[in-house]
Write a protein that binds this ligand. Structure first.
Ligand code: FAS
Ligand code: PHB
Length: 392
């Protein structure tokens, strides 16, 4: 097989990149190890930044967001038994966030790729990436036990944290920066109408909790738990009791209970691999970076990466210039370190760490008071939550 851009992974990064390249007349092939249905139905992120929604709309993919997406203007932080909302729409002069689950984004992108007659190989694990130091890289894969190869001009690793592409960069050329957090999130889906129409965070001494929205009748909820927690150790009663304790405040509707239809534990880490390119190989999304889901930046950062890369590849093919490609990693890392800073800072601020001294716990409370109670604090949160500018 031969194409211009070989893309490994059919998650949001790979699908968005392929679609953006297609609109510029640049050929690509996506190679994905899982089934199409598995990729499309994976439950993950829930919130899109303003910039991600604008990208989807500009690419003609905004129709279902308009129908199903819930535009958000505020986040309600609850601590000290009170509600402390931040109106990020007002603080940023009109920027919003949208509750629109990742599997809907993937569904929109998959439909667009299929309608365009895209080449997407599913159930086809990539087994090796070769020749990235030359001009004719090769992606080796297996399909039904038969080996195959894709010859291309460029390879883009959109294969997530556990993918193969990052490992194709020589160890001496790359550096890992990471932090593992001593807790995880127990995420649940409940057949219960969200108690309010805005994302609500509970910063409680027992631990963090969040109420988010999936549909008018389905609530997404998270509870801080041990990083290696077994979800089966959390009975429904224990879950609802902890959620009420961490989220309910006097005078506001308590969270609504309902049948729990999905439970899962997500570990927490901050991770960044640099550089995000080597020769003809480029990394985008979770293949290069992971953030704790607190700030809702994983999916959105993947979109920011591919927006920069699509523009750079367009400049290569249409104007023969290598400038943006040469600067891809530097451009993305400059924004990504600010995203890491926001996500790690927020994660540290709102979770309770076992064994923390009273001094540290009071500092956390002071951080929450400053972030929600001052103009500067609200603006800093709002600029980051609705999405930093993308240099593309
Ligand atoms: P993805 O991981 O989505 O996609 C990578 C694809 O590459 C996968 O389909 C995989 O099968 C494929 N692949 C891997 N190796 C391959 C190989 N060798 N050959 C072929 N294909 C291969 N982000 C948020 O913003 N908010 C959240 O609340 C949130 N919750 C999350 C919960 C969980 C459990 C997880 C794991 C992540 C969560 N994230 C969240 C982050 C998540 O949304 C990612 O940021 C997003 O999926 C990144 O998209 P991609 O970079 O495309 O990677
Ligand atoms: C979600 O709905 O999954 C979600 C919402 C807000 C966040 C993180 C995750 O900050």
């Amino acid at each position: 097989m031969r194409t211009q851009v070989g893309i490994i992974g059919a998650g949001p990064a790979g699908l968005m990149l392929a679609h953006m390249l297609h609109l510029e007349g640049i050929e690509s092939v996506i190679i994905e190890r899982s089934k199409r249905e598995h990729v499309q139905n994976r439950l993950r992120a829930g919130v899109l930044e303003q910039g991600t929604v604008e990208m989807m709309r500009e690419l003609g993919l905004g129709e279902r967001i308009g129908q199903l997406g819930l535009e958000q203007h505020r986040i309600d932080f609850r601590f000290g038994g009170e509600s402390h909302p931040i109106d990020f729409h007002e603080a940023t002069g009109g920027r919003s966030a949208w509750v629109y689950p990742q599997h809907e984004v993937v569904k929109d992108l998959m439909a667009a790729r299929t309608a365009a007659g895209a080449q997407m190989l599913f159930e086809t694990p990539v087994t090796a990436i070769e020749g990235i130091d030359g001009t004719r890289p090769v992606v080796r894969f297996e399909k039904d036990g038969v080996a195959g190869e894709l010859h291309c001009d460029f390879v883009v690793g959109c294969d997530g944290f556990r993918g193969i592409s990052r490992r194709a960069i020589p160890a001496r050329e790359g550096q890992v920066h990471d932090r593992i957090y001593p807790f995880g999130w127990l995420g649940i889906l409940a057949e219960a109408p969200p108690a309010t129409n805005e994302v609500t965070w509970g910063c409680h001494e027992d631990g963090f909790a969040m109420m988010s929205i999936r549909t008018p009748s389905v609530t997404r909820l998270y509870l801080q738990c041990e990083p290696d927690e077994n979800p089966d150790h959390w009975s429904d009663d224990r879950i609802w009791s902890a959620l009420h304790k961490r989220l309910d405040v006097p005078g506001l509707p308590p969270i609504n209970e309902g049948r729990i239809t999905q439970k899962g534990v997500t570990a927490m880490r901050s991770f960044l691999f640099e550089p995000m390119q080597h020769g003809r190989l480029f990394l985008a999304g979770d293949a290069a970076h992971i953030v704790p889901p607190t700030g809702a930046k994983g999916l959105n950062s993947a979109m920011a990466d591919v927006k920069v890369l699509a523009r750079a590849l367009e400049q290569h093919y249409q104007r023969g210039s290598q400038d943006l490609l040469a600067r891809y990693s530097k451009t993305c890392l400059k924004r990504m370190w600010l995203v890491q800073r926001f996500s790690a800072g927020l994660c540290t601020m709102v979770h309770s760490f076992a064994g923390d001294s009273s001094f540290v716990r009071r500092l956390q409370r002071a951080d929450l008071d400053y972030m929600t109670g001052t103009t500067a604090g609200r603006l800093q949160f709002s600029e980051n939550f609705t999405g930093l500018p993308i240099d593309a």
